[in-house]
Design a protein around this ligand. Structure first.
Ligand code: HSE
Length: 409
């Protein structure tokens, strides 16, 4: 019998407790031992739950209990999750977390402590919710040199963009609907400003390339500015707008970004709709692999957490998987240095077309009903952001309104 504790009885933590009770026999058979929920840390009280007697408000009831061998952290955020997880590892307990902010900021340090202590620190649920992606990336694709990872990593924004694309719903209305359905947070900025996707691409890049990429090293842009005009222009160039997280190996360096990008309609990722997530990994032997499924939600995420718990139960005396080294300020280089085709909207008179063509070279003008009269829109050939800025500067009377990268897939 192995005793575990859960820290944080929110959506995911309560899902872990629920699934552990519901599938107890099956989980015990998989783990080879019974897994017992010994403690739940939360400041709130849940007197009606069948495991109400397990609740505590004192972290020490977990950290100082030598019979608890595995701790699940589902509190979210850095404080106090970071201190608590570190203390658990230092106290000799293996840890499972679903907390992407914690792993994206502190993964290298916590993995190093786990390694030194001969413990496991696993976090499959931190990326893609219930989609198995970190373990396959680390294990099944281990023989590949991975050159890039591209993903639709945030369910809330993908739901909103799907409504904008398919129903012509304005951004604000799509956000309200996402909130009503319980997808978006009350303060949805982590979703719509790209921070959540940023944390997830950090974890994927760190694992795929072996060195920590920190959130501050990822150029991050959300979907707040995206309008139905952009959506229609994207359709006019044969694509859909998706919030894309991308990490590209660049020699000894890595370039990472989160931004709304245009995905061409014939690509698999363009069909990832609603709250679904997908992660494409490109390896030199396997080619492209896509992991697809529910990226958020109580039970999908709990299923990934409990799979990690089962793995830790089976490996209480051995370390396995998931390791990367610390990052460095010069490891990540600007994503804007990677050339790409761009869709540009500029405020300019129609007679500026020739000047724009002269400055940008080979461009294709596009339009849609919604494009304001005083704007021009066009797609460039592949160029870096620096080249694009220089070309824009060379044309007087063309004021930039929006730039959207065409995802290279
Ligand atoms: N807010 C996140 C999303 C939850 O919408 O994808 C899962 O990380």
């Amino acid at each position: 019998m192995v005793k575990i504790a859960v820290m944080g009885h929110g959506v995911v933590g309560s899902g872990v407790a629920e699934l552990l009770q519901k599938n107890a026999a099956h989980i015990a058979a998989k783990a080879g031992e019974e897994i017992v929920l010994e403690r739940v840390l939360d400041l709130r009280e849940f007197p009606d739950l069948p495991y109400a007697d397990k609740f505590t408000k004192r972290f020490a009831d977990i950290s100082d209990d030598p019979t608890i061998q595995i701790v699940v952290e589902t509190m979210g955020g850095l404080t106090p999750a970071y201190d608590y997880v570190k203390a658990c590892l230092l106290a000799g307990k293996s840890v499972v977390t679903s907390n992407k902010e914690l792993v994206a900021q502190k993964g290298d340090e916590l993995l190093a402590i786990a390694k030194e202590k001969g413990l496991n620190f696993l976090f499959e649920a931190s990326v893609g919710g219930g989609i198995p992606v970190l373990r396959p990336l680390d294990q099944c694709l281990a023989a590949n040199e991975v050159s890039e990872v591209t993903g639709i990593l945030n369910g809330t924004t993908n739901f909103m963009l799907t409504r904008m694309i398919e129903d012509g719903m304005p951004f604000e209305e799509a956000l309200l609907l996402a909130q009503k359905r319980g997808y978006a947070e009350r303060d949805p900025s982590a979703d719509i400003d790209g921070l959540d996707a940023c944390r997830k691409i950090c974890i994927l890049a760190s694992l795929a390339f072996g060195r920590h990429v920190y959130p501050a090293q990822v150029r991050t842009e959300g979907i707040r500015e995206i309008t139905l005009t952009d959506v229609r222009l994207a359709a006019a160039v044969g694509g859909v707008i998706k919030l894309i997280g991308k990490a590209v190996k660049n020699g000894e360096h890595v370039s990472c970004a989160v931004a709304p990008m245009i995905v061409r309609k014939e690509h698999l990722l363009s069909d990832v709709r609603d709250v679904f997530n997908a992660i494409l990994v490109r390896g030199d032997a396997i080619g492209d692999v896509v992991f697809y499924g529910r990226g958020a939600g109580k039970l999908p995420t709990a299923s990934a957490v409990l799979a990690d718990v089962i793995d830790e139960v089976k490996h209480l005396k051995a370390r396995k998987y998931l390791c990367w080294s610390a990052g460095a300020p010069d490891y990540a280089i600007d994503f804007g240095l990677l050339p790409a085709r761009m869709l540009l909207r500029v405020r300019a008179d129609a007679d500026k077309k020739a000047d724009l063509a002269a400055a940008f070279g080979n461009i294709e003008f596009v339009t849609c009903d919604a494009l304001p009269q005083d704007e021009l829109a066009f797609v460039t050939s592949a160029m870096t952001e620096k080249e694009l800025d220089a070309a824009l500067k060379a044309v007087s009377g063309a004021e930039p309104v929006r730039r959207l990268r065409l995802a290279e897939l």
